[in-house]
Write a protein that binds this ligand. Sequence first.
Ligand SMILES: C[S@@+](CC[C@H](N)C(=O)[O-])C[C@H]1O[C@@H](n2cnc3c(N)ncnc32)[C@H](O)[C@@H]1O
Length: 206
Amino acid sequence: MPKRPSSQRWLQRQQRDPYVKQAQQSDYRSRAVYKLMEMDERDRLFRPGLVVIDLGAAPGSWSQYAIQRVGPRGRVIAIDVLPVGPVQGVTVIQGDFTEQTSYAACIQALEGGSADLVISDMAPNLSGIKSSDQARSIYLAELARDLALEVLKPGGDLLVKVFQGEGIDEFRRSLKEHFARIQSRKPRASREGSREFYLLAHDYRP
Ligand SMILES: C[S@@+](CC[C@H](N)C(=O)[O-])C[C@H]1O[C@@H](n2cnc3c(N)ncnc32)[C@H](O)[C@@H]1O
């Protein structure tokens, strides 16, 4: 069957993408790792011994990177609605984070402790209807924020993927109420045409 033009375009883009090539030549499962790596190099997100929650973790490249950076004294708890293949040292939960049981499972995995860093790369499946896609992405970001407010230690950080559009200013303001500093990040590996960017909320002030 001939390929539809959109899937051909996707294939061509994948073949030309230097980050896809780099990921294929490494052990990382996705090009997404290069976004996290760049933000970490710039903002020093990770340190040995940190406890990290990775939301929207599949296929698992952020978790692979996080566990390398926090080392054996640290912890990474990863959740996704899709399966995440085992990553040594990472606690994986499969579930829909919008469901109370999955949200609670993340908290339970901390075994009464708290987290130093929450990272969320969650993105909804796009329907093509801009307003509803934007509303769903803001909702996921709000849930990531709510978990962060519940589990972070004072001084902890939240890194959350968002999309430029309606509701973003309000979401950013809501972070300002709880964190000392909010920064926007658009790593080079984030596709230029995409409205995706990351908000980095530093220094949780409960
Ligand atoms: C861009 S991918 C994440 C890539 C990942 N950071 C990596 O490095 O491999 C976004 C992920 O968010 C997940 N996701 C979207 N909505 C979710 C939800 N409600 N609960 C859990 N995961 C969700 C998707 O299943 C998808 O795997």
